[in-house]
Write a protein that binds this ligand. Structure first.
Ligand code: SF4
Ligand code: MG
Length: 332
């Protein structure tokens, strides 16, 4: 089937004054099939949110292409984009600042119906009530204002607004990370249920790999503007190939105390380098526990290596060898 989203060699550089250039995204390619969930994972500054914004044209890519359902939208005018906005919605991290405080929940969720002239009056009210119910909110919510709701309820409202037009693609940018830990799981479960029910494709952006373990079909790991590894979720979790992914996974909490004891934690040295001046060669070489000389000069391409649908950008990964960054760590 034709992908719902295809991103080709996306680059986003922007000026930061005095001739400085931020290399936010540097050649990212990905695609998402119908009903598929891709988890885009990386630390802050990795460029993952910029990818999401370029897909929605909330920011203009420097180069590269974005296609929705086979249509290249990279150079479409705002006006030509408008009907396509029916098909793609974003859910932001902060459910408070993304909801207009002066509107009622009923008005907020009805807004896409009005804007796209799909329904109004009683018919709009009926659809809004039904959608609120699907996200677990009662009809009494209709007349409330955002500040009267909890963070979890507000994020449910954001979901209702994003889904009311039954979009083909939802871009979810850290939708649970601003919420209390106690409500994160319930909102994640809701997103999972809605995705399975409604069948939309989803780009789920997160800094936390464990968040997408049960939601994403595939994972793409970003580091300093590039995808370093991508593959089926189960494979990434069972056998991460890139030293950075191995480090991320080693840091994730393991619910099983026995496993926790056996797990070797890789503590990466230093901070993520500035995207103003990314390191040459492999961008991860300044922190990679298994880096070799060529890593400092040669850029590793994202290569498939006939290892299935699981390409990796690391000089040390070959058809019969995968480096083990955790071997350098101490147990504990
Ligand atoms: Fe580490 Fe070199 Fe592989 Fe980069 S290419 S992840 S520096 S071993
Ligand atoms: Mg699915």
């Amino acid at each position: 089937a034709e992908p719902i989203l295809r991103v080709g060699e996306l680059v986003k550089h922007y000026g930061a004054g005095r001739g400085n250039v931020v290399h936010a995204v540097d050649g990212v390619s990905l695609s998402i099939g119908p009903g598929e969930v891709l988890g885009l994972v990386g630390e802050s500054g990795s460029g993952k949110s910029t990818v999401g914004k370029c897909i929605l044209r909330l920011t203009e890519p420097t180069s590269g292409t974005v296609s929705l359902v086979g249509r290249d939208i990279t150079h479409l005018s705002r006006r030509a984009l408008r009907p396509l906005r029916r098909d793609v919605h974003i859910v932001f991290q902060d459910p408070y600042s993304s909801l207009n405080p002066r509107f009622t929940i009923g008005q907020i969720v009805a807004e896409p119906l009005r804007r796209h002239r799909i329904a109004r009056g009683g018919e709009a009210a009926r659809q809004v009530t039904a959608m609120l119910e699907r996200v677990g909110l009662g009809a009494e919510t209709l007349s409330r204002f955002p500040h009267e709701l909890s963070g979890g309820q507000r994020q449910r409202v954001s979901l209702a607004r994003a889904l009311i037009l039954e979009p083909k693609l939802v871009v979810a940018d850290e939708p649970v990370s601003a919420l209390d830990v106690s409500v994160q799981a319930s909102v994640l479960n809701l997103i999972t249920d809605l995705q399975r029910d409604m069948g939309f494709s989803c780009l789920f952006i997160t800094h936390d790999l464990s968040v997408v373990e049960f939601l994403a079909d595939r994972i793409a790991v970003m580091y300093l503007g590039r995808i370093v590894e991508t593959g089926p979720t189960a494979e990434i979790f069972a056998a991460p190939r890139h030293p950075y992914t191995q480090a991320l996974l080693s840091a994730a909490p393991v619910p099983d105390p026995v496993k926790q004891r056996r797990r070797r934690r890789v503590v990466l040295s230093g901070e993520v380098p500035s995207p103003l001046d990314p390191p040459p060669g492999c961008r991860f070489h300044t922190r990679c526990p298994v880096a070799v000389d060529r890593c400092r000069t040669e850029v590793p391409e994202l290569r498939d290596l006939r290892l299935g649908d699981h390409p990796v950008a690391c000089h040390l990964v070959t058809t019969d060898h995968v480096p083990d960054a955790t071997a350098t760590a101490t147990a504990g």
